[in-house]
Design a protein around this ligand. Structure first.
Ligand code: NAD
Length: 359
């Protein structure tokens, strides 16, 4: 069993901890937190050994037993996943290095925080076969783009991608984020940093991105245009994407109008926290004119990077190849399966959603 510690137990950290705990080959060595708030209490109730970053007495006062400090957590871990706010991971790297413990970082960090960046679909084998011990799992938007551009490049070749990323202003719990009533070019400079971030895992791909931030919290929405290198038709592209275990081609008959419906669909399916680990591509939006492909996809920013973090642990621990790891992660979490009773138990094995096959 790989012992994995989680430093930072917020939006990403709590989901990553639960995903690790669900794996047959991993155990959560503990979680580290700065603040003894309701999330610390929840971590303790879930059975995770809570480590206090600094004020242990405050945790004790909040009835959260403290298992140790960050050093203790790192010492008890084979791999640490840093899920602290953007910029803190870079400061933490020296702690992990002092223990000679491999570490994962999140997409809020600059790429140079780590020896390499990771997305399971784009470059798992490169990381697994290399010697990087400090690896950054790319951001939610970059993960969402990499998951669709990799198979499109493999099947048709990608000449050029142009994507507009309509980004949520903040997560549901981030009451201090905005805009409240505006639509912001963000960043106003073009292209945005997201394209270069895709190039940290897909270095040869031509991709330009533009960012817009809107008053929403549920998901990001991508408007994607890909000029392919070879001819395609919409049905074939739909099948290519539906074959991806982490892409949900939303069937027209589901009548999903937007992220509000998607989140409701996930909750109806009993997903933990209403999470959508998969890219949600509207099947009806997939259109091809000549070699130009168009589609819309929604990305659940709070959870799409979660299975990627699990796979990244196996990649740096040298524990499985890409296909084995993705299947193991998908099965343990239920990725690729919205309704376990619909009989499509093979979906986690790398195929698309049952619902997408006949869309
Ligand atoms: P968050 O603020 O929800 O959680 C961060 C956690 O770290 C909190 O529990 C906070 O108390 C704790 N913390 C603060 N300072 C700390 C410190 N010095 N040491 C340890 N813990 C500390 O943040 P998040 O949304 O989970 O983001 C974490 C990382 O994941 C960031 O790099 C972010 O850019 C990235 N990311 C976030 C999202 C998203 O949409 N939320 C998506 C993909 C990637």
């Amino acid at each position: 069993m790989l012992r994995v510690g989680v430093n930072g137990y917020g939006t990403i950290g709590k989901r990553v901890a639960d995903a690790l705990a669900a794996q047959p080959d991993m155990t959560v060595s503990g979680v580290a937190k700065t603040t003894p708030n309701f999330e610390a209490t929840a971590a303790h109730r879930r059975g995770y050994a809570v480590h206090a970053i600094d004020d242990a007495a405050a945790f004790a006062a909040a009835d959260v037993p403290v298992a140790g400090d960050l050093d203790d957590l790192v010492a008890a871990s084979d791999v640490v996943i840093d899920c602290t706010p953007a910029g803190i991971g870079a400061q933490n790297r020296e702690i992990y290095e002092a223990h000679d413990t491999p570490a994962l970082y999140q997409g809020g960090e600059d790429a140079d925080v780590a020896d390499a960046s990771f997305n399971a679909r784009a470059n798992y084998d490169e990381i697994a076969n290399g010697d990087a011990e400090h690896v950054r799992v790319v951001s939610c938007n970059t993960t969402g783009l990499s998951r669709v551009l990799t198979p499109l490049d493999e099947v048709y070749g990608v000449e050029k991608t142009r994507a507009t990323l309509v980004r949520r202003g903040g997560d549901p719990s981030q009451s201090d984020r905005g805009p409240i009533n505006d639509i912001l070019p963000d960043p106003v400079t073009v292209p945005s940093h997201h394209g270069p971030d895709v190039n940290t895992v897909l270095p040869d791909l031509a991709v330009d991105t533009m960012g817009v931030t809107v008053p929403a919290t549920l998901m990001h929405l991508h408007s994607v245009n890909v000029t392919l290198e070879s001819d395609a038709d919409a049905d074939a592209v739909r099948e290519t994407l539906a074959d991806e275990s982490r892409v949900f081609v939303v069937p027209e008959h589901a009548r999903v109008a937007g992220p509000g419906h998607l989140k409701e669909l996930a909750k109806d399916a009993g997903r933990p926290r209403g999470d959508l680990w998969e890219n949600c591509v509207w099947g009806a939006s997939i259109a091809v004119e000549g070699r130009d492909l168009y589609f819309f996809q929604a990305i659940h920013q709070e959870s799409d990077v979660v299975p990627e973090n699990v796979d990244a642990v196996r990649a740096i621990a040298g524990d499985a190849d890409a296909a084995e790891s993705v299947v193991r992660t998908n099965r343990a979490l239920g990725v690729g399966r919205f309704d376990p009773t619909d009989g499509d138990a093979t979906a986690a094995d790398g195929r698309g959603m049952a619902a997408s096959a006949d869309d």
